[in-house]
Design a protein around this ligand. Structure first.
Ligand SMILES: Cc1cc2nc3c(=O)[nH]c(=O)nc-3n(C[C@H](O)[C@H](O)[C@H](O)COP(=O)(O)O)c2cc1C
Length: 189
């Protein structure tokens, strides 16, 4: 049994949906699958998405990491998958994260500025930048809960009632008001 670490860069094939808060929906779906699968195989790591590019770091048992990476490479939601780092690892460096997601670009922006880079293009990262990126992901707080339109947790509806029941209640209310108005008009002398 031997541990390895792996980092790659790729470019998303989807057009990003505008997000005002939270995680871009395509990325949210990727994260949900990643967390489900990686936890089972004790693969840990982090994902960064910016400038429609991905940077992902994975560590775990060699077989498990390779199996995950084989699946990832075939995914049509991204292209140009470039391995940046792949090497043996003495001991794990990420605790308790099946796939940590870093939404805040601030740290990454600062890192790019320090290196005089205008945009996030991880396929051009050298070893040094890769290590810095991994540290940024490791040190960030990460996003624990991801809600996508595919898998909303129970009780995640915006109000007390489901949209169907809400519609029914509004209709019943409107009918009652109309009945009262008609009834009132008929009773007028
Ligand atoms: C950028 C990117 C990163 C991904 N990372 C992971 C990952 O860490 N683990 C994983 O299982 N799937 C990951 N996926 C998704 C896989 O490609 C694949 O869709 C998924 O493993 C299928 O899992 P399922 O059969 O449980 O739906 C990633 C996909 C993309 C595009």
């Amino acid at each position: 049994m031997s541990l390895i670490r792996l980092a790659y860069a790729s470019e998303a094939t989807f057009s990003p949906s505008p997000v005002h808060s939270g995680v871009e929906p395509h990325v949210a779906r990727i994260l949900l699958a990643s967390r489900r699968n990686n936890a089972r195989q004790a693969v840990v790591g982090g994902l960064y998405y910016g400038n429609n590019r991905f940077f992902q770091y994975l560590e775990g048992e060699e077989e498990a990491v390779n199996a995950v990476y084989d699946r990832i490479r075939q995914d049509e939601r991204h292209q140009g998958v470039t391995t940046l780092l792949e090497e043996p690892l003495k001991q794990r460096t990420f605790d308790n994260w099946s796939m940590k997601y870093v939404p805040l670009a601030d740290d990454v922006q600062r890192m790019l500025q320090r290196h005089g880079l205008a945009s996030f293009e991880p396929d051009r990262f050298d070893r040094n930048l890769c290590e810095e990126m991994i540290s940024v992901i490791r040190d960030s707080n990460g996003v624990e809960r991801v809600i996508s339109d595919q898998a909303r947790p129970q009780g995640a509806n915006d109000g007390l009632f489901t949209p169907g029941i809400r519609k029914g209640l509004v209709l019943a209310g409107a009918t009652l008001v109309a009945a009262l108005l008609v009834g009132g008009t008929l009773l007028l002398p």
